[in-house]
Design a binder for this molecule. Structure first.
Ligand SMILES: Nc1ncnc2c1ncn2[C@@H]1O[C@H](COP(=O)(O)OP(=O)(O)OP(=O)(O)O)[C@@H](O)[C@H]1O
Ligand SMILES: [Mg+2]
Length: 304
């Protein structure tokens, strides 16, 4: 297998990434490979560098050291391959839900002179964009709200629109930075279910020998949420034996997979939550982390 093919196996490949702000060493040699169709949670102590890592992947703030690859291509500047949704929605107040979702495609695929000078060419394209926007709103269960403006929607609805707006660009990976942090508990649970539904689409695509459409890396500080929505959970932490040089990945294991109809049995998470507290959140436990970073070894073993 050539090196290039190797990289295309991953939606995201973070290679030896380090980052610092002056004397504040934040990320210390982070390595992370994410396969197509995975939903991966990332947890870690507050201030350990989770958002810094996401900004490095997005390339708005490229890492001081190391490389980011997405879908076999080096990420050097923000582009369509990597999408992001933050805690606070960023919709255009003067556009409806559907227009908001279509807007990014329109900007990406047509220019202002093109729209002004050859409107007869642009109109059919606009129709296509709006139709696609409708389909993505359906994926986030918002078809009924496509004509509402942001100020007519609840916080949860706006966050769904923001996610549809990111997904319509078909990024190789979508980054979510505490996306449900500002929502009430019931709304948060609905959005968690939405992620499980997207994951079901991935499983179906794999069954049909297709490429799973949604690869997501989600930062959350809520351990139950992290374990519930993802198929894999990663801990980023400065609590390891070289922590003075910044945080690295100290935990990487599968997370239990749920179907949207399954009962939410969070008691079953207790053992893994204890392990996470010890490996990721405990300043007293500065162990070598290899014993907790086992995800890819487990996959390899399962495949043989
Ligand atoms: N633009 C910046 N300039 C200087 N220092 C920064 C900058 N952005 C982040 N930092 C520092 O980098 C460290 C990591 O911050 P970051 O926001 O990535 O943490 P986090 O894990 O996302 O935290 P939280 O869980 O609270 O969101 C902190 O010490 C922070 O002060
Ligand atoms: Mg953060």
């Amino acid at each position: 297998m050539t090196e290039n093919n190797d990289q295309e196996e991953f939606a995201l490949d973070v290679k030896n990434v380090s980052h610092w702000f002056g004397s504040n060493k934040v990320l210390n040699n982070v390595n992370l490979q994410i396969g197509h169709g995975q939903i991966v949670s990332i947890v870690g102590p507050s201030g350990c560098g989770k958002s810094t890592l996401l900004r490095a992947i997005l390339a708005t703030h490229p890492p001081k050291r190391g490389e980011i690859w997405s879908d076999g291509k080096r990420v050097r500047a923000p582009n369509r391959d990597v999408g992001i949704v933050y805690q606070h929605y960023s919709l255009y107040d003067f556009l409806t839900a559907q227009q908001n979702v279509a807007f990014g495609l329109m900007l990406d695929e047509t220019s202002l002179p093109y729209r002004a000078l050859v409107p007869w060419k642009w109109w059919p394209q606009r129709k296509k964009h709006m139709q696609a926007a409708g389909e993505y709103l359906d994926k986030v269960r918002l078809s009924h709200a496509k004509d509402l403006y942001p100020n007519e929607m609840s916080g949860g609805m706006r966050q769904r629109v923001a996610i549809a707006q990111a997904l319509i660009m078909q990024p190789a990976i979508l980054l979510l930075d505490e996306p449900f942090g500002a929502l009430d508990e019931a709304t948060r649970e609905e959005l968690q279910l939405m992620l499980l539904e997207l994951y079901q689409e991935n499983l179906q695509a794999k069954k049909d020998n297709g490429k799973p459409p949604f690869t997501i890396l989600i930062v959350t500080h809520e351990l139950n949420e992290a374990l519930y929505v993802a198929d894999r959970i990663i801990g980023l932490s400065q609590f390891h034996d070289d922590g003075k040089n910044g945080a690295t990945i100290v935990y990487d294991k599968p997370a239990p997979v749920f179907h949207p109809n399954d009962e939410r049995d969070f008691l079953a998470f207790n053992a893994q939550k204890d392990e996470l507290r010890k490996a990721v959140f405990s300043p007293e436990n500065l162990q070598q982390h290899a014993e907790y970073v086992t995800y890819w070894n487990e996959q390899k073993q399962a495949a043989t």
